[in-house]
Design a protein around this ligand. Structure first.
Ligand code: GLU
Length: 309
């Protein structure tokens, strides 16, 4: 696409890496999953994959990190692709306004998670993908490998073990939903796929490429269709309204793009028809978003004018 031609994107990413990385000092690495607490908070990577096939990167953009909740955006797409609107009987699509692992809202709302990106909602996605494919994690991993063209995408076993050992809140959410009749598969099986899915390790470059179908109206890297145009629009919309925890409003205000963050410090943001950005900096704000990552995305859209608004 010609739109990319006039701007030196490599120089821009280098500038953003230099300017945004110091903001990590204002955040704190997630420590409620002990294996994440040992990650070097000074790491910073940024990558941009464009719909015309270019990939730019700066900093630690080739270093794999724990993708955590970024995985949920891909799960949503894989479920919508197979099950369409049926999903919305079991999960809502409103911002939660509550922490991503909150128990209290789930009880008030009778086991129907507010949206697919809080932990309870992601457990529903995995449960459904398990029913539809027999292997939720395997389906997701194969998809991510294909789209990123990286067959080495895999699970960080240490993080997975740490997640499982400290996953009491997620177990509570799953058991509660099972008690409400909103789980089709055994709790332990759903949790096992969830913990391992969150522990997938990918680089900024991998994730930016893997997300391109979202910038391409649902078309995959090989030209086949994963989502209809409308489903791709809906996935992006839910990323915009619910993708960055209980600060999705602030993220939309600052960045103006659909995005999905994870407590590993990564954020994927979609530039419709142009490309996909991924930033990684492990130090988080109190809500779970990468401080330097949001800063870099804010500066990117401010400087380029490339937002959805
Ligand atoms: N595995 C993390 C958890 O369940 C994912 C949290 C996140 O990245 O939002 O708490």
């Amino acid at each position: 696409m010609a739109i990319l031609g006039f701007m030196d994107l490599q120089a821009l990413l280098d500038d953003l890496a230099r300017e945004a990385a110091p903001f990590a000092a204002r955040g704190k690495v997630a420590d409620y999953i002990p294996a994440l607490a040992v990650v070097d908070p000074t790491c910073f990577g940024i990558a941009l994959a464009t719909t015309d096939g270019q990939v730019f990167g700066s900093g630690h953009w080739r270093v794999p990190f724990s993708i955590q909740s970024i995985s949920k955006a891909f799960s949503l797409a894989l479920v919508l692709a197979r099950d369409g609107e049926a999903l919305w009987r079991r999960v809502g699509r409103e911002p939660s306004g509550n922490p991503f692992n909150s128990l209290v809202q789930l009880e008030y709302e009778k086991g129907i998670p507010r949206n697919p990106f809080i932990n309870a909602g992601a457990l529903i996605l995995i449960d459904r993908l398990l029913s539809l494919t027999g292997d939720s994690l395997g389906t997701l991993q194969a998809f991510l490998r294909a789209e990123s063209a990286n067959p080495a995408v895999g699970i960080d076993q240490e993080v997975a073990a740490s997640e499982a050992e400290h996953g009491h809140r997620n177990a509570a959410l799953a058991h509660f939903m099972a008690s409400c009749g909103n789980l089709e598969n055994p709790v332990d099986q759903v949790l096992d796929h969830y913990f391992r899915q969150c522990s997938l390790a990918m680089s900024c470059g991998d994730l930016a490429k893997a997300g391109l179908f979202l910038a391409n109206h649902g078309l995959r890297a090989d030209g086949s269709r994963l989502l209809t145009r409308s489903e791709a629009k809906r996935t992006n919309s839910i990323m915009l309204t619910c993708g960055t925890y209980d600060t999705a409003g602030d993220f939309a205000y600052r960045v103006g793009l659909p995005g999905k963050s994870g407590v590993g410090g990564g954020i994927v943001a979609v530039l419709p028809e142009r490309g996909v950005l991924c930033v990684w900096s492990p130090a988080l704000d109190p809500h779970g978003n990468s401080v330097a990552g949001v800063e870099a995305l804010d500066r990117f859209t401010t400087r380029t004018g490339w937002s959805v608004f």
